[in-house]
Design a protein around this ligand. Structure first.
Ligand code: PMP
Length: 404
């Protein structure tokens, strides 16, 4: 059992007021809040050992390098990657996906095929479309059904020896659906295709095991798991990271530079050009420590209760429809009220101190599928309370009464 009141003490921001009301933060799928343990790690870095890494012989540089590499090992352990150098620090999921798509542009040819799911975030669509423009590769889309589940039989029909890469999110940010990534990976490997799983939305709810999944690439952003913005990771199997060319050129990523020829550094440095987000990477490690101390199993159980309660209470509101009713989902509720624009609901909720997201959630194809302009999305985290769910439900009811 989680002691939610005690946990909430760790998050200074949860004490603040918005529009004279206690903040009810339900936009966790966009970014999570930061506990003081992570804030302290950031302050500690800048107060005590701020220095560039891998370059200096001096003490501060060595301390910063050690902490940065320790963070990599924490991430490696968390995701059960076989080697620490299979973890590449990036600025986040978007950067991670662009790095991989850019690398495949050098490996794919005209007529090759790649497969995406219908419920992706734009960051797992656009980099691949850019690749297609450069290479003549063909993009195919796994359709979804009204419940917000992928149509796996259609996926199977799409696979062939022309398929080179399959990319799909672990959890949909717009609907909360947990996708059957085990099956997606196995089937893709059956035709020799590589698989990238976008774990941005899954990471705060599910611990993904890289070796058990046998996935080729997996991404996440620290800011969705109690860490800071501007940092994330790319997991890549060693053999794939060796095959892909570097994404950016610069300092740190080279073995030797002359004007005639440059050779590249070994993993992970080959993909970490320039001064990385040193402090952010260390804080990413601190965020994982914090989440493990709470316990991912406890988090998943509690969030399932929040989701079940919020779903049943919201559905009592007349005209409210929830999008994405998949059996396996995380604590995201995307909804609309008949005859009301989602933006208007979001604006009224904000006046009541309730933070939700409205719009297409960077997943426009999903909105097109449902033929709606967007949804209101409430997304829950382990520091939310059942009382906050009640406040949300009252707020939505009030918005409905005002707007209809
Ligand atoms: N994929 C999914 C499923 C996401 O939810 C997000 C963030 N909303 C991203 C990718 C992009 O992450 P970032 O903006 O941190 O790069």
């Amino acid at each position: 059992m989680l002691d939610i009141n005690k946990i909430r003490e760790d998050f200074p921001i949860l004490k603040r007021k918005v529009n004279d009301r206690p903040l009810v933060y339900l936009d966790n799928a966009a970014t999570s809040q930061t506990p003081k343990q992570v804030i302290e790690a950031i302050v500690d870095y800048y107060e005590n050992y701020n220095a560039n890494i891998h370059r200096g012989v001096h003490t501060l540089s060595q301390e910063a390098t050690d902490k940065y590499e320790q963070a990599r090992i924490k991430i490696q352990k968390h995701f059960n990657a076989a080697k620490p150098y299979e973890i590449i620090f990036t600025s986040g999921t978007t950067h991670s996906i662009n790095l991989v798509a850019n690398g495949f542009a050098a490996l794919l040819e005209d007529g090759d095929e790649i497969i995406v799911s219908a419920m992706e975030h734009h960051s797992n669509i656009v980099p691949w479309q850019m690749l297609c423009e450069r290479t003549g590769t063909i993009l195919k889309v796994i359709p979804m059904n009204m419940e917000g589940d992928l149509m796996m039989e259609e996926y199977e029909k799409m696979l062939s020896n022309k398929t080179k890469v399959v990319f799909c999110n672990h959890v949909s940010n717009a609907l909360g659906t947990i996708n059957p990534i085990d099956e997606i990976i196995k089937k893709a490997h059956g035709v020799g295709a590589a698989v990238l799983i976008d774990g941005a939305q899954a990471a705060s709810h599910i611990v993904a095991d890289m070796q058990a999944l046998d996935v080729d690439f997996y991404t996440c952003s620290a800011h969705k798991i109690c860490g800071p913005t501007g940092v994330g990771m790319l997991y890549g199997k060693e053999e794939w990271l060796n095959k892909l060319p570097p994404y950016q050129g610069g300092g740190e990523m080279i073995a030797e530079v002359t004007f005639e020829k440059t050779s590249y550094a070994d993993l992970p440095h080959k993909f970490e050009a320039g001064t990385p987000n040193i402090c952010g990477s260390i804080a990413f490690g601190a965020a994982l420590d914090y989440m493990h101390q709470i316990g991912f199993k406890n988090i998943a159980e509690y969030e399932a209760d929040l989701l079940a309660y919020a779903t049943s209470e919201l559905l009592k509101i007349e005209g409210l429809k929830i999008y994405g009713t998949a059996q396996r989902k995380t604590s995201v509720i995307s909804f609309n009220i008949e005859g009301v624009h989602p933006y208007d609901i979001g604006t009224i909720l904000d006046k009541l101190g309730i933070a939700v997201r409205t719009g297409h959630h960077c997943a426009q194809p999903i909105m097109d599928f449902y033929k709606i302009p967007g949804t209101v999305r409430a997304s829950f985290s382990f520091y939310n309370t059942m009382a906050e769910v009640d406040t949300l439900v009252e707020g939505v009811q009030r918005a409905r009464n005002m707007l209809l």
